[in-house]
Design a protein around this ligand. Structure first.
Ligand SMILES: [Cu+2]
Length: 224
């Protein structure tokens, strides 16, 4: 019992430490170009490009400054170029993700399924799918409400396909990426959060460390 209490204290302590130190990275704005035909009529069309790296390298340092200069040395995975995202309201948003990390099996199969995209699918390297094998999930991109929010409902969750464990690194220090492309429709303006629901961190059930880290596996989504 004492061990459990001490363990819980360490988890709470490290979460407090990380929360207290968190800086918000510079905001990445989705680019609007033209309109798109959607199930909700013609809407402005915005695009957003993200990458997921398994670790930083000399040429790709990841988030820097403040505590990131410390966490970057731990070999943690991160979303790039930013985890602070801004999306236009009442628009079709198409996100392209280049994913360079290997698998950590997602424990809850719900997060191996696609939720909240326009037609319920994601294009994985050009092939539309509604889910992938939980064992092949590297990370997830999951947008949701703050707890007890009164804002419009907004939920999108996409499992990110892992590169093979034996994939060879190329000259840039990473293997050839898996490419995910998906679209969703935003509603009224509001403030949301996103995070990864795959246990890619460490500490308590692998949901510590990087998982709660702004700049790495969680961030803000502002709909304007
Ligand atoms: Cu992750």
């Amino acid at each position: 019992m004492l061990t459990v209490l001490v363990g819980a204290g360490i988890v709470a302590g490290s979460v407090w430490f990380l929360m207290g130190q968190q800086a918000e990275p510079a905001t990445l704005q989705a680019k609007v170009s033209g309109t798109a035909v959607t199930p909700q009529g013609n809407l402005p069309h915005a695009t957003l490009d993200l990458s997921i790296y398994p670790n930083s390298t000399a040429n790709n340092p990841g988030p820097t400054g403040g505590m990131y200069d410390f966490v970057d040395k731990l070999g943690w995975p991160f979303y790039s170029p930013s985890t602070s995202l801004q999306l236009p309201a009442h628009s079709l948003v198409t996100v392209t993700v280049r994913q360079y990390d290997s698998s950590t099996t997602v424990w809850n199969p719900y997060f191996a399924k696609v939720h909240g995209t326009v037609d319920g699918t994601v294009k994985y390297n050009g092939v539309a799918k509604t889910q992938i094998d939980p064992a092949d999930v590297a990370h997830t991109f999951t947008i949701h409400q703050y707890p007890q929010s009164t804002q419009p409902y907004f939920f999108v969750s996409v499992p990110m396909l892992a590169v093979g464990n034996n994939a060879k690194n190329l000259t840039n220090g990473y293997p050839k990426p898996e490419v995910m492309e998906f679209s969703f429709i935003t509603g009224a303006p509001g403030n949301y959060v996103w995070n990864c629901e795959d246990p890619c961190g460490n500490g308590y059930v692998d949901f510590g460390g990087v998982m709660s880290e702004r700049g790495m596996m969680s961030g803000k989504v502002k709909v304007v």
